[in-house]
Design a protein around this ligand. Structure first.
Ligand code: C2E
Ligand code: MG
Ligand code: MG
Ligand code: MG
Length: 281
């Protein structure tokens, strides 16, 4: 289907274009209007619970379908938006859509966790916890069903104050460390951030059959996370062999193309319906 194909094409963003200051500026100047005009939408990628073998939730991923330029990767426009306050509008837009979707899925299909990416830049906003709370209240979603993903690199590079994370934790939402392993993954950082989940970056997961060092990285991250009482999500799970290895390693959750590509909310709902019917049969 279309959303799935588009999800694929997004992968091929142009790294040269990303360095182009004019391109970044033109993206930035158009982003607010693109959000208002419906060019920006949210795709949902399913997450598989490796113990129950059920879809336990999804990650919300921003998509921009530009009328002339076609699909623009979030790698391009999120990076541009992070350089100033535009990231705020994008974040609140995605959060609102994702929380609305999660509330609907929780009513129609039962327990379902929604993950939303949070730019470290947003942590500077002291009112963030109350803004998140307002979105949860608006759609009637249990805070425990929302996970906010934070990239360790971004948080450290900006020397961001992580104390707002404790405000979020007090709300009852979950915090996840995204792209784990690609940044300065110090134990100190793991201790400082009140995360209940660690997401191992796809660069390690994808190649853990070929490269022993990646396998060791995945194994030791799972062991470390478990000893700290955190759950583990592996991202970039593209085939059955990797999935089976993760199950053997007691990784809790898998996300990746073998489980499902990012899709529209409708396609996700169809899939959940199909699985419920299969279980009932
Ligand atoms: P991320 O949060 O690490 O998201 C995972 C990315 O990996 C997504 O790319 C997803 O489509 C891709 N992916 C998932 N499974 C597989 C797989 O099996 N194989 C491969 N090759 N790729 C897989 P996407 O959607 O292009 O997003 C890229 C990044 O853009 C995200 O990385 C996140 O850092 C950022 N991003 C996306 N949406 C938002 C948003 O709403 N807010 C913020 N702040 N950042 C966002
Ligand atoms: Mg993420
Ligand atoms: Mg990630
Ligand atoms: Mg990533």
């Amino acid at each position: 289907d279309e959303a799935t194909n588009e999800g694929l094409r997004w992968k091929y963003h142009d790294p040269e274009r990303l360095k182009d200051a004019d391109w970044r500026l033109s993206l930035l100047s158009q982003l607010d209007d693109a959000i208002d005009n419906g060019q920006v939408w949210v795709a949902y990628q399913p997450q598989l619970d490796l113990r129950s073998h059920r879809i336990r939730g999804a990650e919300a991923l921003a998509r921009w379908t530009h009328p002339e330029k076609g699909p623009i990767s979030p790698v391009e426009f999120v990076a541009a938006a992070e350089q100033n306050d535009r990231i705020e509008k994008l974040t609140m837009f995605v959060l609102d859509k994702a929380v609305e979707a999660a509330a609907r899925i929780n009513k129609e299909h039962g327990p379902f966790d929604m993950a939303v990416n949070l730019s470290a830049r947003m942590l500077g906003d002291k009112s963030l916890p109350s803004r998140v709370r307002a979105v949860l209240d608006k759609h009637g979603l249990d805070p425990a069903r929302l996970t906010l993903e934070l990239t360790e690199t971004a948080a450290l590079a900006n020397g961001a104050d992580t104390s707002p994370l404790f405000g979020l934790k007090d709300l009852g939402v979950r915090v996840s460390i995204d792209d784990y392993g690609t940044g300065l993954s110090t134990l100190d950082y793991l201790k400082k951030v009140p995360a209940s989940e660690i997401k191992i970056d796809q660069s390690f997961v994808k190649s853990m059959r070929e490269h022993r060092s990646d396998l060791v990285m995945v194994q030791s991250t799972i062991a470390l996370a478990h000893s700290l009482g955190r759950t583990v999500v592996a991202e970039g799970v593209e085939n059955r062999e990797i999935l089976d290895m993760l199950i053997a390693m007691k990784c809790e959750v898998a996300q990746g193309f073998i489980v499902g590509r990012p899709s529209s909310l409708n396609d996700l709902a169809k899939r959940l319906n199909g699985e419920r019917k299969k279980r009932a049969a």
